[in-house]
Design a protein around this ligand. Structure first.
Ligand SMILES: [Zn+2]
Length: 129
């Protein structure tokens, strides 16, 4: 991967990171702004659950984005963490924070290998940064 491509993905990742961080930070304000009187308990509980699920998904995504930025810093970005082949540009364009090539992603989705094993170091690096 050349520097131009790297810069492109880096910009995409940083934009996503900023968007997600902002979303996670603003969540509480949004909840407070709501008028509880207008909602019954069930609806409120449902919305809370949905918010928690979204929060969960977004913080997982944020972790993936940070992991990708960490791999960019150590020069392993764009290489599948499982089979160590280059990840196709088309896939990186769609999911720049992906850890796996499409073949390994499909295998991971089918739980053919422990997909979190490769993430540990990246996560540690991301959290340390
Ligand atoms: Zn692979």
């Amino acid at each position: 991967m050349n520097q131009t491509e790297l810069n492109k993905y880096k910009a995409m990742l940083e934009a996503k990171q900023a968007e997600l961080s902002l979303g996670l930070r603003n969540r509480e304000d949004i909840a407070i702004e709501k008028t509880p009187d207008a909602l019954d308990e069930v609806q409120l509980a449902g919305e809370r659950e949905l918010a928690i699920r979204n929060l969960d998904r977004e913080s997982n995504l944020l972790r993936s984005v940070k992991g990708a930025l960490a791999r960019m810093a150590d020069g392993s970005y764009g290489i599948c963490l499982h089979c160590e082949e280059d990840i196709k540009p088309k896939r990186l364009d769609a999911v720049p924070w992906t850890k796996y090539c499409i073949k390994c992603q499909e295998a991971a989705d089918r739980h053919e290998f422990e997909s979190d094993a490769g993430e540990t170091l990246g996560e540690l690096l991301a959290n340390a940064a």
